[in-house]
Write a new protein. Structure first.
Length: 162
């Protein structure tokens, strides 16, 4: 009787681990099925020389500071002192790797770009200092943004459908 009981416990453990192992790829956040941006297959691309700078969500890059209550507020401009939601882009998404800020008169929201040394990105934001053939790419921390610096480089661009 004891051997049957131990066998059934061992089988339950094995079944448990098999189920866990099979469910991992389908859980949220798994690197196996992570969303990866790809360019449109049937849409032509252009190569443009663009000034590429970098930013992060810190106060120095995004122009915010903390008020006396500890809230994040605009540090300059017409909205100085008003509350600021840090990391929210003009398109309504949260800034992440692949987020690009651009002059939306030249590169509309939804434009896909390939930047050598950075990868693919989508124009999801705009900035007051981003004018003309100038884009700002998002990094998670300030050090990486500073390391990128200011570069003039050729960027592959896929404009969105009109």
């Amino acid at each position: 009787m004891k051997t049957n009981k131990f066998k059934s416990i061992k089988l339950l453990r094995v079944y448990f681990w098999i189920i866990i192992f099979l469910m991992i790829p389908f859980s949220n956040g798994c690197a196996v099925f992570q969303y990866q941006l790809r360019p449109p297959i049937f849409r032509p691309s252009t190569i443009e020389t663009i000034q590429v700078t970098a930013y992060c969500a810190c106060g120095k890059c995004c122009g915010w500071e903390r008020n006396w209550r500890g809230q994040k507020v605009y540090s300059y401009g017409p909205h100085k002192g008003e509350p600021k939601i840090v990391g929210l882009t003009a398109s309504g998404t949260w800034a992440k790797k692949g987020t690009i800020a651009a002059d939306t008169n030249i590169f509309p929201l939804g434009t896909i770009m390939y930047i050598k040394g950075y990868g693919y990105g989508v124009v999801e934001d705009r900035g007051s200092a981003i004018v003309g053939n100038h884009i700002d790419i998002f990094f998670k921390n300030h050090t990486k943004a500073l390391d990128w610096g200011n570069r003039n480089m050729e960027v592959k661009v896929w404009l969105p459908k009109k």
